[in-house]
Structures are given as structure tokens and as C-alpha cells.
Design a protein around this ligand. Structure first.
Ligand code: COA
Length: 184
């Protein structure tokens, strides 16, 4: 009897688990943050600034965020190695609670795992959390030159505002997208 083998080009998305992050995930989240920043922002942010990003300092930053009131983190876990391959964080808007009360602060998926629906699943987990926390709307700020800007209108976001910020000594523009939230 002949046997045929199928070698999947990409791991099936359903095998990646999305769950709330715990303290044990901080190292993996820091790795995803540093790696994705380095690759995504290489032509947008100063190279010296990106080169200074370190796993250890990101771990410290993430530990502080874990302590912050009403801030939530979700991770995507690749089951074979139990590795963090993506994360999202969300909570009250950082600009002092303007007209949009909730915010997704970060959404990152490791390069080898992008374009498989993991970002959408993390986004949904964060959006549902903000809705069940009672926020009626939410905002995401994204660098206007980010090649992934188009993900947010694809997820139903409305372009809302633009602002210029300073990152690593350079002026860069950010674009905000907003969503109305239904109670989850
Ligand atoms: C942006 C990012 C989080 C998206 O996650 P992902 O797992 O790659 O995206 P998904 O496969 O879940 O795709 C979500 C939707 O966006 C679309 N999409 C994906 N990449 C896109 C891109 N670069 N431009 C436009 N649309 C895109 C997909 O087609 C999909 O739409 P659909 O479900 O209606 O078909 C991920 O690519 C990433 O981390 N990139 C590097 C870091 C980054 O830019 N983070 C955002 C910072 S604000």
C-alpha cells in the first residue's frame, strides 16, 4: 500500500492558543517585541535606537506593565515548544481618558507566524476584554509608515486622528484608528 505524506507549509493556526499572559510569559513577550520592532521599523525609526533595544530592558518594561491597574495582556502560544509567538496588551487609554476610553497598546506577532490569523485572534481577545471592562470605544495608535497599517481598517477601524511624536530622537507620525465596542 502506498502512503502519502503532507508537509504543511505553515502550521495550522488553530494549534496556536490565545490566553491571558502570566508572569512566565514576560521573557517570550520581550523577545517578540524586540524582534518585531527590529524587522518592522528598520526603515522608519533610527537604527541606533532599534539597536539599543534589549530583551532585558523589555522584560523590565513588561514586568512594570503587568503591575499596572486594569491593563491586560494576551499571548499566542505555539504548542510544540510552548513558545510565545505573539501578544497584545490593552487597557484604559493613555492620553488621560479623552473621548475614547479604551486602548490596544501593542499587537505583535513573530515574523514566522504572521499572516495566519493570529493577529486577528489577539486583537479580538483585547477588544472583548475592553468591552467587558465597560469601555464603549477603543483606539489604536500605529506609526503611519508601518507597512502593516492596513491591518486596522481591515479589522473594522475608522481613521480618527494623526499626531507627531518623538521616538529615539526622530519625529514620526502616528495614525489612530477607533472602534465602537459592544458589551461582550
Ligand atoms: C500587524 C500584525 C499584528 C498582524 O498580525 P497577523 O497575524 O500577521 O495578521 P492576520 O493574519 O491575523 O491578519 C489580520 C487581517 O489583516 C490583513 N492583513 C495582514 N497583514 C496585512 C498588511 N500588512 N496590510 C494589510 N492587511 C493585512 C489580513 O488579510 C487579515 O484580514 P482578513 O482576516 O480580513 O483576511 C503582525 O503582522 C505584526 O506583528 N507585524 C509586525 C509588527 C506590527 O506592525 N505590529 C503592529 C503595531 S501597531
Amino acid at each position: 500500500m502506498s502512503r502519502s505524506f503532507v508537509f504543511p507549509v505553515r502550521a495550522p493556526t488553530r494549534r496556536v492558543t490565545i490566553r491571558p499572559a502570566g508572569w512566565g510569559d514576560i521573557e517570550g513577550m520581550a523577545r517578540v517585541a524586540v524582534d518585531t520592532w527590529g524587522l518592522t521599523y528598520v526603515d522608519i525609526l533610527p537604527k541606533a535606537y532599534l539597536a539599543r533595544m534589549r530583551y532585558a530592558s523589555q522584560e523590565n518594561q513588561r514586568s512594570r506593565m503587568m503591575h499596572a491597574h486594569a491593563v491586560h495582556h494576551f499571548v499566542a502560544i505555539e504548542p510544540t515548544a510552548g513558545e510565545v509567538v505573539g501578544f497584545a496588551s490593552c487597557g484604559p487609554t493613555r492620553n488621560g481618558g479623552g473621548e475614547v476610553p479604551g486602548e490596544i497598546y501593542e499587537l505583535y506577532v513573530q515574523h514566522g507566524f504572521q499572516s495566519r490569523g493570529i493577529g486577528r485572534r489577539l486583537f479580538k481577545a483585547a477588544r472583548n476584554q475592553l468591552a467587558s471592562d465597560g469601555h464603549e470605544s477603543m483606539i489604536v495608535w500605529v506609526l503611519s509608515d508601518n507597512p502593516n497599517l492596513g491591518v486596522y481598517p481591515r479589522m473594522g477601524g475608522w481613521r480618527h486622528a494623526r499626531k507627531t511624536i518623538r521616538v529615539g530622537g526622530a519625529s514620526v507620525e502616528e495614525t489612530a484608528y477607533t472602534w465602537r465596542l459592544d458589551r461582550a
